[in-house]
Write a protein that binds this ligand. Structure first.
Ligand SMILES: Nc1ncnc2c1ncn2[C@@H]1O[C@H](COP(=O)(O)OP(=O)(O)O)[C@@H](O)[C@H]1O
Ligand SMILES: Cc1ncc(COP(=O)(O)O)c(C=O)c1O
Ligand SMILES: [Mg+2]
Length: 290
């Protein structure tokens, strides 16, 4: 029987609703991965409500928890690390120490960094020191980097002029070290208004994918976290990068359809669980080159 992969997921937890690990853990489990959630913050709710209660985890807790897993002899079973929303740059550095520790035991372990900085319409959701850390330090250690357009602009230091420009900006990131860059959300002059577009850029090729843009009275939160989590989960389950990309687009779209149908602000992950595991829609990515 094929072994179930294990994934250490280091990002935020919200008590109510879905963002960070609260958006990604259940879907990753539902598609068949053992998840080890390590919560960088525990907030009452996501920050787009404009107010929240809760605390940021002390940075030294991250290596301490990783050492605790090493002490029971399980750290070598970690096949991948995912990081998302960071409470501070010190937390980010502690995560990189953990990634290095895991890669020393299991050189095949993959690290996906979702460089959560914010969103064009939502404004920045992290402090400047976190953005600097993501640009200067985390990108260099990541096997996979999953920026949205704002984060890609931040990495490139400019805004794109076209789709091909987005591709060039994502390709430039490959030179910093990652095996693949998944741009979760494209925005560029000339983009068709009725589509939601993504890019996958690897050393072996690049692909562009378009799915319908759904209307919401308030943009749901946690979609980026769901996207990076499902992508990494499917890669661990044996998908090619392209197959994982197409699966992720379909599964995320299913969640958004369910969320829209329920008129919910929070993602309807529980109701959509069968659609996450077995998406009914399919989106084909098309090859793109400069
Ligand atoms: N098909 C879709 N239709 C409408 N909105 C979408 C669709 N897919 C994603 N979104 C929204 O677009 C944004 C996606 O943002 P993105 O940049 O990928 O990630 P993040 O969730 O990290 O901001 C989110 O606000 C999400 O709610
Ligand atoms: C606590 C927390 N984690 C993560 C996120 C990131 O969510 P998204 O996937 O929409 O970028 C947010 C966004 O507001 C948040 O408040
Ligand atoms: Mg995000």
């Amino acid at each position: 029987m094929k072994r179930t992969p294990h994934l250490l997921a280091i990002q935020s937890h919200v008590v109510f609703g879905h963002a960070g690990n609260s958006a990604a853990v259940f879907p990753m489990q539902r598609v068949g991965v053992n998840v080890w959630p390590l919560n960088t913050v525990q907030f009452s709710n996501h920050t787009q409500y404009g107010q929240w209660a809760g605390e940021v985890l002390a940075p030294q807790q991250i290596p301490a928890l990783v050492e605790g897993i090493a002490a029971i002899g399980e750290l070598g079973n970690c096949d991948a690390i995912l990081s998302g929303y960071l409470g501070s740059a010190a937390q980010g550095r502690a995560i990189l120490t953990g990634v290095a520790r895991i890669k020393a035991i299991n050189p095949n372990a993959l690290y996906l960094c979702d460089p959560v900085m914010g969103h064009a319409e939502k404004g920045c959701v992290v402090p400047q020191e976190v953005s600097d850390f993501l640009l200067d330090e985390a990108a260099a250690m990541a096997d996979f980097l999953c920026p949205n357009q704002l984060e890609l602009d931040s990495f490139a230091g400019r805004k794109p002029q076209s789709l091909f420009d987005c591709l060039a900006m994502a390709k430039a990131l490959l030179a910093r070290g990652p095996k693949a860059v998944l741009v979760k959300h494209l925005d560029y002059p000339g983009k068709l208004p009725d589509g939601f577009e993504m890019l996958l850029v690897t050393a072996d090729g690049s692909w562009h994918l378009r799915r319908p843009l759904l209307a919401f009275p308030r943009q749901p939160v946690g979609v980026g976290d769901l996207t990076s989590g499902l992508f990494l989960a499917r890669v661990l389950l044996g998908d090619s990068l392209l197959a994982a990309f197409e699966f992720t687009a379909a599964a995320v779209h299913e969640v958004l359809l369910e969320t829209q149908a329920c008129a919910s602000y929070e993602l309807e992950l529980v109701r959509a669980q069968d659609r996450i595991a077995h998406p009914r829609v399919r989106f084909e990515a098309t090859p793109i080159s400069l």
